[in-house]
Design a protein around this ligand. Structure first.
Ligand code: 9MR
Length: 398
């Protein structure tokens, strides 16, 4: 099935070029003061405008972007804020790192707090950027009131009302919605692979279908996406999880549930196994169902990689190069988003977990810009990978 909203790579490249035209105006400072050039270092001026990730990605028919924290945007006209500038320059698509989750949007069972999301949409509009919605249904980051308020009787209506109110508010303005996030958890031992989440316990396995069907009613334009992590590698655990994700998508598709894309989060490790044939065939399997694929949360974790910042940078760039080299040739892969833009703001330096903290106490460097907004080796690995995909624009479409 070919979903009507899907574009060929050629159409997509044209659309992306149009959106970078809007961004070009912003770069020139015409529509948005904060997109003016900051005092440039040589590195910064080397990667703006035509040299940016979004421009190189557009030439390959791809969207490039990152997760953002809307509160960090400095909207004052004369601002030289590097975070704001870098996001405006580099991204053709944005996703809220936390601002669109239940815990951010739902201060109480009856109220909504949209101010940060409205700020994000305003910023994106001025810069010609698209937006991914993350997310409508997840077992994490539910508000504190949820556990004491949600019951088997009201959970269906809590879920559908939330989706109508949130996806409905931004209908027609969202590139894609992560409708259901991280619903598969093989260790929970169910034959359908579903995680024993609050939604499963309250509504039953049909909560996934309910969420997708409601999202389609609330926003008929957004590509409705299933998003998950640890489905990238060919290890036994990740292969099993990827298999369950594929079965879930096939079940939804077979039942006529509207689903248009899969988000592969891609929180990767600097050392250890690399992605390979299993992920490639998964992407081809979902292509046969007419689904697009987005790399939604790419970053490279160096917690288990000893060595200097230079050693980290080179290993991180190697993973970007190998991973994008494997995935970008697949014609249904349409967008690459990193989980943050600069090492100054990354969950890998905020979360104090065994899998994020380095034994030497050094900060992680997982993203295309370092803490001073200087492009890292990963930036150039990404840009080279986009350039290598250019020839595909003419020849491939799903
Ligand atoms: O980066 C997000 C971090 O700031 C939050 O504290 C955390 C809460 O669980 O969520 C992080 O983002 C996650 C994303 O929403 C879903 N995939 C995994 C991401 C990293 O944990």
């Amino acid at each position: 099935m070919r979903v009507p909203s899907q574009l060929t790579r050629r159409e997509f490249a044209r659309a992306a070029a149009m959106s970078s035209l809007g961004a070009g105006l912003a770069i020139a400072g015409i529509s948005s003061g904060w997109a003016r050039k900051p005092k440039n270092t040589p590195e910064k001026s080397r990667v703006d405008g035509p040299l940016s990730l979004k421009t190189h990605a557009a030439a390959a028919g791809l969207l490039a972007g990152c997760a953002v924290v809307p509160e960090l945007f400095d909207l004052t006209p004369a601002s030289n804020d590097p975070y704001t500038h870098t996001v405006a320059q580099q991204a053709s698509i944005l996703v809220a790192e936390n601002a669109m989750k239940w815990s951010s949007l739902r201060p109480s069972p009856t109220t909504y707090e949209f101010s940060n999301v409205d700020r994000l949409f305003g910023f994106a509009q001025l810069n010609g950027q698209q937006i991914r919605g993350h997310n409508l249904c997840w077992h994490e980051q539910l508000p504190a009131w949820f556990a004491s308020t949600a019951t088997k009787e009201n959970a269906h209506s809590l879920l559908t009302q939330h989706i109508f109110n949130v996806a409905g508010r931004y209908a027609g303005r969202v590139h894609s919605w992560d409708v259901v996030n991280e619903a598969i958890h093989v260790p929970d031992g169910r034959s359908d692979g579903l995680r024993k989440s609050p939604w499963l316990g309250l509504i039953g396995p049909e909560y996934v279908e309910i969420a997708f069907a409601t999202a389609a009613q609330a926003d008929s334009k957004a590509r409705l996406t299933y998003n998950d992590y640890d489905i990238e590698l060919d290890t036994p655990e990740q292969s099993a999880k990827r298999g369950q994700v594929l079965m879930l998508i096939r079940r939804l598709h077979a039942r006529g549930i509207p689903i248009h894309a899969v988000g592969i989060q891609s929180h990767l490790q600097a050392n250890g196994p690399r992605a390979g044939a299993g992920l490639q065939s998964f992407i081809r399997d979902v292509a046969t169902l007419g689904l697009e694929v987005y790399i939604t949360e790419l970053d490279i974790n160096t917690h288990a990689l000893p060595g200097s910042p230079e050693v980290q940078d080179s290993a991180v760039a190697d993973v970007y190069r190998q991973y994008l080299g494997l995935l970008l040739p697949e014609p249904n892969v349409r967008a690459v988003l990193t989980w943050g833009i600069s090492d100054a703001h990354t969950w890998l330096n905020q979360s104090k977990q065994l899998w994020t903290v380095r034994p030497d106490g050094a900060r992680q460097r997982p993203l295309p810009f370092d803490e001073n907004y200087t492009p890292t080796a990963a930036f150039f690995a990404m840009r080279d990978a986009f350039d290598a995909g250019r020839h595909l624009v003419k020849s491939s479409a799903i």
